[in-house]
Design a binder for this molecule. Structure first.
Ligand SMILES: O=P(O)(O)OC[C@H]1O[C@H](O[C@H]2O[C@H](CO)[C@@H](O)[C@H](O)[C@H]2O)[C@H](O)[C@@H](O)[C@@H]1O
Length: 345
């Protein structure tokens, strides 16, 4: 059976503080049950349901933004409080790329970050250890960001490398972590098969992210989603060692190993010498379901905090929110100014 792993989520409460009777969590649980029980029968419908359930416009109708903001306030509004809880600790920054540093666009190859954002991230990395944690392959995300002073964790954390020029925080020139190398031939094979299978589905775009593959359906007409799901399933059924997760209008195919953005965060903290430290404050900013693994780790460790980038209410383990990449840039800029003011004091 193809394994479709639901990302970690927590129930969203309605305005009275109760869980709504039919909320997103319930809907997703049903999708998951269908997958397990039907083992193929209702599978395609379930995939398509899930593809729809993840659309922000669908979620928008289920949750009220005002009550959601009470639980996940703006990180800009709460800036002073965030500084207060990080007092005396080393801030370590973790930044997702798509939808966090760059706006979501139709063509994944054109998801450029602005020059202003790049300047801000460069200044940030000068103030705090900073890592980019992305679903994209590391080389590709590096080509967008182009900053040698950062840590990069590509392929959802399955490809980690320290700063090119060494880090001012630690000499990490040789830091490399690739826990899924044995899957490389399999991923290449699946990528080729998916390209062939989906080439008659208008708008479908298969992206090779080295240790995982993305099947984009942003430009696929909704009436063709079940065809696409069928094509993906027909390929994946022969690969029980691969699993499927979902991001923003994208199906992500990746090895079944227990490694994700949360594990990458832990690995990087450990590499920086903060494995068991209580003096560290990791700040993770991301917009997608795959970022939930990192938000969850921070909650479990009771360390630092997660900030979800979203204009719409979403189930999340993050504590705070920002609406869009421009707000992320403002937040990062304020962190830089705060750090610089202390250095000069
Ligand atoms: O972890 P991330 O850095 O957020 O990467 C997740 C996926 O991001 C990209 O896809 C998303 O952004 C595209 C460009 O804006 C958009 O067209 C697509 O619909 C989004 O899902 C990237 O192309 C994927 O490979 C990443 O896995």
């Amino acid at each position: 059976m193809v394994r479709f792993i639901e990302e970690n989520t927590k129930p969203v409460k309605n305005e009275t503080g109760d869980e709504p009777k039919t909320d997103v969590t319930t809907a997703k649980k049903k999708v998951l049950q269908d997958l397990i029980i039907n083992n193929g029968g209702g599978l395609i419908n379930s995939w398509v349901d899930s593809m729809r359930t993840c659309s922000p416009t669908h979620l928008k109708s289920l949750m009220k933004r005002s009550s959601w903001l009470t639980e996940h306030p703006s990180a800009l509004d709460m800036f002073e409080e965030i500084l207060h809880v990080s007092e005396g600790k080393q801030i370590v920054m973790f930044l997702d790329y798509d939808g966090t540093l760059s706006p979501i666009v139709d063509d994944p190859d054109r998801a450029f970050m602005s020059k202003k954002m790049r300047r801000t991230v460069r200044k940030l990395a000068n103030c705090f250890p900073t890592a980019i944690v992305s679903g994209r392959c590391r080389e590709k995300v590096y080509n967008f960001v182009k900053l040698t002073e950062l840590y990069y964790a590509g392929s959802h954390g399955m490809d980690i490398k320290g700063p090119e020029q060494g880090s001012k925080y630690k000499d990490d020139k040789t830091l490399i972590c690739q826990p899924a190398t044995e899957f490389l031939p399999m991923i290449d094979e699946v990528y080729q098969k998916l390209v062939e299978k989906t080439n008659l589905t208008p708008g479908a775009n298969i992206e090779n992210n080295k240790f995982c593959v993305s099947v984009h359906f942003r430009r696929v007409d909704e009436k063709n989603w079940s065809d696409l799901a069928n094509q993906v399933r027909s390929v994946m059924k022969d690969y029980p060692k691969l699993r499927l997760t979902q991001g923003r209008k994208v199906l992500e195919i990746r090895p079944i190993i227990k490694w994700d953005k949360g594990k990458a965060l832990e690995f990087l903290l450990e590499s920086l010498g903060y494995a068991n430290s209580t003096d560290v404050f990791p700040l993770y900013i991301g917009d997608d379901r795959t970022d939930e693994d990192a938000f969850k780790i921070l909650r479990e460790r009771r360390q630092g905090l997660g900030i979800l980038v979203s204009k719409f209410p979403k189930e999340t383990n993050a504590s705070y929110s920002l609406e869009e990449p421009d707000e992320v840039m403002d937040f990062l800029q304020r962190l830089v100014e705060w750090k610089q003011s202390r250095a000069g004091a």
